[in-house]
Design a protein around this ligand. Sequence first.
Ligand code: SF4
Length: 459
Amino acid sequence: MQRRLRRPLRKQKAVLIMPYMFLDCNRRMPEKGRHCVVKGKDSVIPACSTDTHPGDFTERGCPLLGCRVVICGQIKNVIHLVHSPVGCAYYSWDYRVDSEGYCLTTDMQEKDIVFGGETKLFDAVIMAVKEFDADAVFVYETCSTGIIGDDIQAVAKMASEVTGKPVIAFTCAGFRGISQNAGHKIANTKLFELVGTGELDECSDYTVNVIGDFNAKDTKSIERMLNRLGIHVVCSFTADATLDRIRAMHRAKLNLVHCSRSSIFMAEMMQEKFGTPYIEVNFFGIENCCESLRRTCEALGICGDEVEEVIEKYLSEITPEIEYYRERLEGKKVFICHGAQRAIYWIRPFKELGMKIAGIATFFGRKDDYEKIMESVDDGTVVIDNPDAEELEEVLLEVRPDIFISDDKVKPFVHKLGIPFVNGRGQGKTYAGFEGFVNFAGDVNAAINSKVWKLVRSA
Ligand code: SF4
C-alpha cells in the first residue's frame, strides 16, 4: 500500500519584488500576483474590487450574506426566510454574535427549480407567520430562485395582504455582486423604504442614529457615552434595532455612521430625503473615541467644555488598566483580517497599546479603503486583498504575527498555525467605547500571553 505523505506547509518561500509579494501557492494563478503588497518607499495599493478568479477558494461572502447576515440579521423579532436550497442558509443563526430571530429556508428541491417555487414561498411565509409572533417576515432571493425568475416581490406583497404583517423581500441573490458589499446596499435601500413611516412619542434636539453598528453590546456602550452628554439614540441601525425604531429614524437630528462601507447608503439617502446630516465616527480606541465624541457634540451644538469633562472622567477611569496592558503588549505584532472598515478602525487602537501592525487582509476592500490603510501603516506591513486560506497561511508563516484578529470562522485555522487569536467583534462583551477598549486590551493580553502557546510551540 502506498504511503501517503503529509503535504508540507509550503514548498518555496514567497518572492518579494517590491512592492509586491508573489506567493508560492499562486504559481499557477499569476493573475492573482498583484493583490499582495508590502508597504515601502514606492508603495502601491493591492489589486482589489475584482471578480473572484475561477479556481480561487475565496473566503468572500456573497450579497445574500451582506444583506441577510450583516445588515438584517440583527433586527429584533423578525423571521428571516431564505428562498433557496438549504445550503444558502448555511450562515444562519450563530455566525454573528448578535444575530437575532429565526432563520428559515424554503428548502428548494429539484422539482421546485423545474416548476417554480413561488407557491412554496407563499406557503412558507403563511406558515412562518402562524408559528411565530414576529413583527415581520424578511424574504431573501438566492442564486437558484433568482435564476428561475421567482417573483419574490409579488409573493411578498400577496402574503402581506393575506397575513396583515409586513413581508419585505430582498433581491439579494449571490450573482448580483462580486462580494457581500452589494448585499449591504440592497438591504439599506429596501429598509430605507420604512424610514419615515413611524413616529416617536417625544423627541429632543439632541438625538442621533448610530448607523452601521452590528453588535448590540457595542451599541449599548456607545449609547451610554452619548447619554452622559445628554444625547439620545433613536435607532441603532441595525444592532438592537426594531422595525418601529427604523420607521422613526427620520426624527434624529444627526446620523453617526460607524461603518461606512456597509451603511453609508442609509445616511446618504436620509440626507437627501429628510435633510439629516451625517458624520463618520469610530468608537474603537481612546483617540478615536475622544475625536468622535468631540465631533458629535460640535455637530449638535453641545458646549465643548461638557464633552472635555466627560472625556477626562473616562480617561481617569481607564488609564491605569490600559497602562498595565500596554506594558505587556509593547512591541507585539498583530495581523488584522476584517472587513475593510473594521480593519482601518483597529490600526489606531493597536498602536495605542504599543503594538505593531504586521499585516492586514480584507475580503472586499475598495481602492479608497486601501489608500487609507497604506497611509496608516508603517513600512514593511503586508497588505493583501481577498486572500484564500492557502494564501493566508503562506502570508502568516512569512509574517509570524503574535496575534491574529478576525471573525470566529478563521479561528481554528489560525490556532492550528500556533498563532493566538482574538475575535474582533467581541465575544459576549463590547470592544467599543472607553470601557470596551479595556475589554479589548484585556482579551488581546490574555490571548498573547497565555501559557498554552509555550506548550504548543515546544510541541
Ligand atoms: S452565492 Fe448564491 S448559491 Fe451561493 S450562498 Fe450566495 S445566494 Fe446561495
